[in-house]
Design a protein around this ligand. Structure first.
Ligand code: ZN
Length: 277
């Protein structure tokens, strides 16, 4: 994780694990959380930018990492660690996947993500909680994890991001949405030709937002998020998270592992077959 302040009032937090295509292990997620909290608590910061180093925004969750919250167990319902693979994994996901993404959605300052390259599965759990998404034309967005035996990523807002019919196609077929499609569907605010231009565009937008009343912006953000909740988004996400963990439990019962490794191999082979990077 890297933090820069490219202009007064703007903090830029960059995913900095490019050698792993920014695959997310729990340590990285909690470093990102600490960076968000520090920016939120920094009186100088009015807008938070999320960017990524390397050719891809993020390859998703690092499946080789240990599924454990780093440091002390978190004393919440989600963070409580039980014995047993299924019980432990449910607690882990409630806290480290769903819990973090929910907290990032409700950060008290405006957030802008800049996406380029591939954003796969868990990558959406970093992008979708942000307020505004700017993409470069090469960006793609996919959630192929139904092949792993679960419904989709643990922060299940697909229906709000792309509409219910495209959400089903995205989840069933597992194929990437292009930046242009994501823009047309309303998931992405603006598409620029290159990653550099996308960053410049985001910085110019951040500069304009930073000039406005921080409390007015905060109230606007809270009002939009409350509108989503009034539509049932939180309840729908929590219901989907329970079904997601039913998927993990069924896979544990059938294969002994949290995810279906045949599905993982198939998705990896398809992504190589696509020939992009
Ligand atoms: Zn999961």
């Amino acid at each position: 994780m890297r933090r820069e302040d490219p202009m007064p009032g703007v903090a830029q937090i960059a995913l900095a694990r490019p050698e792993k295509r920014n695959a997310q292990n729990p340590e990285m997620l909690y470093q990102l959380d600490a960076a968000f909290v520090a920016a939120a608590n920094d009186a100088e910061v009015r807008v938070i930018l999320l960017t990524a180093d390397g050719p891809d925004f993020s390859a998703g969750h690092d499946l080789s990492a240990e599924f454990a919250v780093p440091g002390s167990p978190v004393a919440t319902m989600g963070g409580h660690v039980s014995s047993g693979v299924v019980e432990n994994h449910y607690g882990f996901e409630c806290e480290a996947y769903y819990g973090l993404s929910r907290r990032w959605r409700d950060l008290p300052k405006p957030t802008i993500a800049v996406a380029h390259g591939r954003a796969i599965a868990g990558a959406l759990m970093l992008l979708w909680p942000m307020d505004i998404i700017i993409a470069s034309a090469d960006a793609t967005f996919s959630d192929p994890v139904a092949a792993f035996g679960v419904n989709g990523v643990e922060y299940f807002t697909h229906v709000w991001e792309v509409g219910h019919r495209k959400a089903k196609e995205m989840l069933f077929a597992g194929q990437p949405l292009t930046a242009g499609e994501a823009h047309r569907l309303g998931m992405v605010n603006h598409v620029l030709p290159t990653a550099d231009e996308a960053l410049s565009y985001a910085l110019a937008m951040a500069e304009g937002i930073a000039r406005r009343s921080p409390f007015g912006i905060r109230l606007a953000k809270e009002s939009v998020n409350r509108s989503l909740d009034a539509q049932g988004q939180s309840v729908a996400m929590e219901s989907a998270l329970a079904l997601h963990n039913l998927g993990h439990a069924a896979t544990v019962a059938r294969t002994g592992g949290i995810v279906d490794l045949e599905g993982v191999a198939m998705v990896r082979a398809e992504s190589k077959g696509a020939g992009n990077r």
